[in-house]
Design a protein around this ligand. Structure first.
Ligand SMILES: Nc1ncnc2c1ncn2[C@@H]1O[C@H](COP(=O)(O)OP(=O)(O)OP(=O)(O)O)[C@@H](O)[C@H]1O
Length: 338
């Protein structure tokens, strides 16, 4: 078995002059959940469609479980479950008939087919909806049906494009739970979303893409712990007595800046990412007579981390991963339809 469930190397997809995917490389290990994050038009759907063998790259390599998606699309389709952001449906077909239809298309027959459809309906909680018309479901129910369809052939890898879009908070929690259960069963899940806080909770790693390039691949904790756009760490401080004392103290100190007053104290930025410096500053505050009863580092939320990262790229402080531009398209990019 290949080391990675998904491997993309120097992948490009141009639409005329538009560089929708502009030389990206990443790998996702088996059994992990990877969130794909980026602004509208960043190239997420295009990348996912290539991995789902629904589009051709202009150049570069895309593999699922070591199998090249361009050379062996049928094999890849057996391995992946694809959940697109827009989901076609049929009139006058119930939920049960819909899943049964797709189970037939996946090659199941007889008792095995009925069992498989039943298992998927149980997992996605669709049994109470078995006789409802599939085009008359709520958004949350529709997403569960789409997930059910993509699970029928028990794929190793799930590629989900914005599955949480338009869902209410309860439906999002349910979807998150289902994704976690699938990950615990050992499936690899590649999921795009605009709701970063939710991705952070359910993903083992996050892949940030901007203008067709990867700008970050790491776990959400390291992003939350990282420095802010000004290159500092934020601390919340609370004192006994007059909170003004903190801002007065900060004004005359190096490496520390008072940011805002809070009820019992304030928020400060300490330059750099050095815990020793923070403990020195705390020590000096106490020595100078401030009665601190709370001093803790604030985690950034993922939205802030992402915006900071884009700001750094705009200012040229962080380079996007550079890869050589393609000389010749290796495939004629005439996309098959999904
Ligand atoms: N078939 C196509 N023909 C021409 N341009 C396309 C085509 N598909 C996508 N694009 C363009 O490629 C760029 C990347 O689109 P893509 O759908 O991959 O972005 P995305 O990150 O998924 O965005 P969103 O979050 O809005 O879904 C966009 O500028 C889009 O307009």
């Amino acid at each position: 078995m290949s080391d990675s469930a998904i491997r993309v190397h120097n992948l490009y997809r141009y639409f005329g002059q538009l560089k929708a995917v502009n030389g990206i490389s990443f790998e996702i290990p088996h059994g992990s959940v990877c969130g794909f994050v980026g602004a509208n038009g960043a190239g997420k759907t295009t990348t996912m469609r290539i991995l789902a063998s629904l589009d051709y790259p202009t150049m570069g390599l895309a593999e699922v479980c070591g199998i090249n998606v361009v050379h062996h699309p049928e094999e890849v389709r057996r391995l992946i479950g694809w959940m697109p952001d827009h989901f076609g449906n049929y009139e006058h077909m119930t939920v049960l008939e819909y899943l049964d239809f797709y189970a037939r298309a996946f090659g199941y027959s007889g008792k095995e087919r009925r069992t498989r459809v039943q298992e998927v309906m149980e997992f996605t909680d669709l049994i109470p909806l078995a006789d409802r018309f599939s085009n008359k479901l709520s958004k949350g129910m529709t997403q569960r049906l789409c997930l059910g369809r993509s699970l029928l052939h028990d794929p190793q890898v799930l590629i989900m494009d914005e599955p949480a879009a338009g869902l209410d908070p309860k439906a999002r929690v349910e979807l998150k739970h289902l994704i976690r259960v699938l990950a615990d069963e050992g499936k690899t899940i590649f999921i795009s979303s605009h709701i970063l806080s939710e991705l952070g909770e359910m993903c083992d790693s996050l892949l940030f893409v901007n203008e067709g390039r990867i700008v970050h691949h790491g776990d959400s904790e390291s992003l939350k712990q990282g420095t802010d756009a000004a290159g500092g760490m934020l601390y919340d401080i609370q004192v006994c007595g007059d909170p003004q004392a903190i801002s007065d103290w900060c004004v005359v100190q190096p490496h520390v800046e008072f940011l805002e007053s809070r009820k019992q104290g304030g928020r400060i930025r300490i330059e750099g990412n050095d815990p020793k410096r923070a403990s020195d500053i705390l020590g000096r505050m106490i020595k100078d007579g401030l009665t601190i009863h709370e001093f803790h580092k604030e985690q950034r939320n993922l939205e802030d981390a992402f915006i900071d990262m884009l700001g750094r790229i705009d200012r040229g402080e962080t380079a996007m991963a550079e890869t050589p531009a393609p000389q010749e398209p290796s495939f004629t990019p005439s996309a098959p339809t999904s």
